[in-house]
Write a protein that binds this ligand. Structure first.
Ligand code: CA
Length: 247
């Protein structure tokens, strides 16, 4: 399937086997001036990936030939191109596996096209700016983490974190504008494999938010990383912090 060549915006690859979903989605995105390639199978998706190197991939996980997660793994071996999962009911587990394999975000069907459009803009912003600033520090809103000194400042004030809290903050700030799964946090911070220890993460995130709030972030602390029920945490980026709270 050929993309539209006249649009000047970012190039999206829409991977979705159900025409009833894909057609209106593609029509909507074209009106927003995105340049679109379409694929109905994992094979087609990978062919477009190899040939066109799109800027963003919208990926249905339930594809007729192969698991969409395989597409994510392949793309991630080669590039950091943003991937947004479009997942149906009954694919909750796949969604987590997909995020864990390196997808940036997900939307559950049925989703609003306005929401999708906001998520596409967010992943494009992330792709446009490196995770760390030139000095290697990680910043989000009033929070600044210095990996060399292993120190954390909130609005210029030093905040003391335990080693686990520090690592937790580091993994979150390294993923601005993305969704990070609890499993990934568990593995990165505690070195645990998939397990029931996810209550840990919840407790530690609560403590971390409290320390950041008391350290000077105030109510912004609640908005730095928001809970995605059953999945993990959505990390804000500078622009989403400035926007009014999403409904
Ligand atoms: Ca499907």
């Amino acid at each position: 399937m050929n993309g539209t060549g006249n649009a000047s915006g970012p190039r999206l690859l829409v991977v979705e086997d159900e025409e009833a979903t894909r057609r209106p989605l593609v029509a909507y995105l074209r009106r927003l001036d995105y340049w679109i390639e379409e694929a109905g199978t994992a094979e087609e998706a990978l062919r477009h990936w190899d040939g066109d190197r799109p800027d963003v991939i919208l990926l249905d996980l339930g594809l007729p030939d192969r698991d969409g997660v395989e597409v994510i793994r392949r793309v991630r071996r080669e590039a950091a191109t943003p991937i947004i999962i479009l997942s149906a009911r009954g694919e909750e587990r796949d969604r987590i596996v997909g995020l864990d394999a390196g997808a940036d975000d997900y939307l559950s069907k049925p989703f609003s096209v306005a929401e999708l459009s906001a998520r596409i803009r967010a992943v494009l912003r992330r792709a446009g700016g490196a995770a760390a600033s030139g000095d290697g520090k990680l910043r989000l809103g009033p929070v600044e983490l210095d990996p060399v000194r292993r120190s954390v400042l909130v609005a210029g004030n030093r905040v003391r974190l335990t080693p686990h809290e520090y690592q937790l903050l580091e993994v979150l700030l390294s993923n601005k504008g993305r969704v990070v799964t609890r499993e990934r946090i568990l593995r990165t911070v505690w070195g645990l494999a998939y397990s029931d220890a996810s209550a840990y993460v919840h407790v530690y995130v609560g403590r971390l938010r409290k320390k950041l709030a008391e350290g000077g972030a105030g109510e912004i602390a609640e908005r730095l990383f928001t809970t995605e029920t059953g999945i993990g945490y959505r990390v804000a980026d500078e622009e989403s912090l400035r926007e009014p709270r999403p409904i």
